[in-house]
Design a protein around this ligand. Structure first.
Ligand code: PLP
Length: 421
């Protein structure tokens, strides 16, 4: 029985190289995080060997007594954490969770109404070549061209015009909180279901630092790996188990998936336990504080002088959206420049972006991973100053100096100390 290094040195080298990359750079992709070591352990376990089609107590395979315990723990913890009557922890990812939600709430050909992809929505909310855009008739609302915020009057107008079966609240790139009660009112007015995709901000909701969509929505979906800080996967919640439980269960299995990934479900249970703790709350507080420090520094006069600003002038969440439309740098160049200094971010279209999606005029910068690494206000101030200095200087930036400052930060906060891959 060989170790990975013995059996497959090429893949072993990838794991080692990736651990080194994560340790030595500042990870600021808003949808990423560092999972606790206990999550790595659960996910890299013998549970990967087990088939368990069905649900706890109602499986289509024998030998499920141990995995049933894991799945029930994950379900109970998800329900308790978010105050939901119903939870399904089987979705392999956010996208499959969303496919199951639409499968349960709508029939192909029905109209769905979500935030436009170009204004921060997700692929699964109706992008043309995604399943959602192919199966459903897609209508979209956008952000207001003056405020860059979702304007609920515009959402209402779109809902009255298109009479959707499902209204989608939720986003992949938006720096503010949504008004779930207003979404509910609109859904009731037009007789639509309200589905909230809280993938990005679920960790903030769990910590009580962001309004919860659960009491207002018919169904809530999320990924587990973003602010929530767990394994790469999804889950679905509903406030009313009787109205939606059966439909959602059968939409996930057998509607969308076969056997659940029991090692990932066990890792989800661990992450949900962590998310119920005080330390998690403090981490989410540092996450938001870090994003606010970053947004504030990126509105400084040196940065403004270089044509760089942040959308909506600030943030309420774990990310800030940098607007480069007036800058000499485009999104691709800014992403590359920060990458050379050891800072990983992703370019992102801003609403009304004049540049193509492969280039863009924006950056999405998030703080969850660094907060998990232990960063607090002092470190986020330094991070913000490094990024602002580089973006203000553009192609003439002193990358050597920025790299040295990044190294001081990563050296000060070792990631997974002692871990070997
Ligand atoms: N929903 C939202 C709002 C997202 O931002 C994402 C991921 O980027 C997803 C769903 C999809 O998650 P996954 O990448 O796990 O399929």
């Amino acid at each position: 029985d060989q170790s990975l290094a013995e059996l497959d040195p090429e893949i072993a080298a990838v794991l080692e190289g990736e651990l080194g990359r994560q340790r030595d750079t500042l990870e600021m992709i808003a949808s990423e995080n560092f999972v606790p070591r206990a999550v790595l352990q659960a996910q890299g376990s013998v549970l990967t060997n087990k088939y368990a089609e069905g649900y706890p107590g109602k499986r289509y395979y024998g030998g499920c007594e141990q995995v049933d315990i894991a799945e029930n723990l994950a379900i109970d913890r998800a329900k308790a954490l978010f105050g939901a009557e119903y939870a399904n922890v089987q979705p392999h990812s956010g996208a499959t969770a969303n496919a199951a939600v639409l499968h349960a709430l709508a029939t192909p050909g029905d109209t769905i109404l979500g935030l436009s992809l170009a204004h921060g929505g997700h692929l699964t909310h109706g992008m043309k070549i995604n399943f959602s855009g192919k199966l459903y008739n897609v209508a979209a609302y956008g952000v207001d061209p003056e405020t860059y915020r979702v304007d609920m009057d515009a959402v209402r107008e779109a809902a009255l015009e298109h009479k959707p079966k499902v209204i989608i609240a939720g986003w992949s790139a938006y720096p503010r909180q949504l008004d779930f009660a207003a979404f509910r009112e609109i859904a009731d007015e037009v007789g639509a279901y309200l589905w909230t995709d809280m993938a990005h901000f679920a960790g903030l909701v769990a910590a009580g630092l962001h309004p919860s969509p659960v009491p207002h929505s018919d169904v809530v979906s999320t990924t587990v790996h973003k602010t929530l800080g767990g394994p790469r996967s999804g889950l679905i919640l509903a406030r009313d188990a009787e109205a939606f439980g059966k439909k959602l269960n059968s939409a996930v299995f057998p509607g969308q998936q076969g056997g659940p990934l029991m090692h990932v479900i066990a890792a989800k249970a661990v992450a949900l336990k962590v998310a119920a703790g005080e330390e998690f709350k403090a981490r989410q507080e540092r996450t938001i504080a870090g994003a606010q420090i970053l947004a504030e520094r990126l509105t400084g006069s040196d940065v403004a002088g270089a044509g760089v600003s942040v959308l909506t002038g600030g943030t309420d969440v774990h990310l800030t959206l940098v607007d480069l439309r007036e800058s000499a740098l485009d999104g691709q160049q800014a992403e590359d420049l920060l990458h050379t200094a050891g800072i990983t971010v992703n370019r992102n279209a801003v609403p009304f972006d004049p540049r193509p999606p492969r280039v863009t005029s924006g950056l999405r910068i998030g703080t969850p991973a660094l907060a998990s690494r232990g960063f607090g206000e002092t470190e986020f101030r330094e991070v913000a100053d490094i990024i602002a200095t580089v973006l203000a200087a553009g192609q003439g930036a002193d990358i050597e100096a920025a790299t040295a400052r990044v190294k001081a930060l990563t050296d000060g906060f070792p990631l997974y100390p002692g871990l070997q891959q």
